[in-house]
Structures are given as structure tokens and as C-alpha cells.
Design a protein. Structure first.
Length: 79
């Protein structure tokens, strides 16, 4: 899902690295497993986009993506 969202524009299917977002996997799964709501997930994503990746998070709409992640996890996300 992170590669499909691709907030920094390095899509693996277009030749970009497939592990660009690996730094987000564990923290996101921990938050999802801990019951974080979309607003909490969005705050984390916004902080990572701005602090770690140096981007304007508004462009990537982390709030919308956070909702998708929470729905995905609640729906029995694949392991």
C-alpha cells in the first residue's frame, strides 16, 4: 500500500526502489495493532513525510491514506 500511495514519487513499477518506505513498516504496524485511529496514523505519517523525507505533507494527503490503512488493517490485513 505504501508503494501504491508513493508520497515521494519513486514508484517501483517505474524503476524506483521497492524498499523506499521500509522505515515506515514497523512503526505503522505497531500503531495499527495498538488501535491507533486514522488521526493518530495521519499525524505519524505527516511527521515522517516532513521530518524524514523533507516533503510538504499536504501534497500527499496523509489523512486519506491513514483512513485506508486503518480500514485495511481492520479488515484482516494479510500477514
Amino acid at each position: 500500500m505504501l508503494n501504491e500511495w508513493d508520497p515521494i514519487g519513486v514508484r517501483p513499477d517505474l524503476g524506483g526502489p521497492d524498499d523506499e518506505y521500509s522505515c515506515l513498516y514497523a512503526p505503522l504496524l505497531e500503531r495499527l495493532a495498538g488501535g491507533s485511529d486514522p488521526a493518530e496514523i495521519a499525524l505519524f505519517l505527516r511527521a515522517e513525510l516532513e521530518g524524514h523525507f523533507g516533503l510538504d505533507a499536504n501534497y500527499s494527503q496523509p489523512e486519506a491514506f491513514a483512513g485506508e490503512l486503518v480500514d485495511w488493517f481492520a479488515g484482516g490485513a494479510p500477514a
